[in-house]
Design a protein. Structure first.
Length: 153
């Protein structure tokens, strides 16, 4: 696979796994990202990410043209450190997201099946809810050996 850029997607690394946030412009992708960064997440990319396949794992990486930049509404662009991580979950911001998901659908992204969770934007606890969503519905690390390596770093 050639590297692929996903537009209108903000990516963060939480505990070594990539959480991708997608949604219409102005729905709160960057705001949720900022709240998660405040809780310890690391930026991968804001409004775009690059997908790279390594050893059968889909990796979210900073996009070449905007790496390290996050748009903070009413402030402007701020520079932040970035990282890359294996894709684990897509949060699809949706004002009509079900309150209690009975199942989590998947989507093929660059040939890999990734869970996609409809996610209500904009409430005061969305960063905490996003962390719980990743823990409950996200793909596990590609292998236990990789997980052990990340813990030791």
């Amino acid at each position: 696979m050639r590297n692929q850029i996903l537009a209108n997607v903000t990516g963060l690394a939480i505990g070594g796994r990539a959480l991708l946030i997608e949604g219409a412009p102005g729905l709160g992708k960057s705001s949720l990202a900022l709240a998660l960064i405040d809780r310890g997440a690391v930026l991968i990319g804001d409004d775009a990410i690059e997908l790279v396949q390594k050893d059968g794992t889909l990796i979210a990486a900073p996009p070449p043209n905007t790496a390290g930049l996050l748009e903070v509404r009413n402030v402007g662009l701020v520079e932040l450190p970035t990282t890359q991580a294996p894709v684990a979950l897509i949060l699809m911001l949706d004002t009509d997201a079900p309150r209690f998901p009975m199942d989590v659908p998947t989507r093929e992204v660059a040939g890999m099946s990734v869970p996609v969770l409809p996610f209500a934007p904009g409430d005061a606890t969305q960063a905490l809810r996003a962390e719980y969503a990743l823990a409950k519905h996200g793909l596990p690390f590609p292998s236990e050996a990789q997980a052990a390596t990340r813990i030791m770093r």
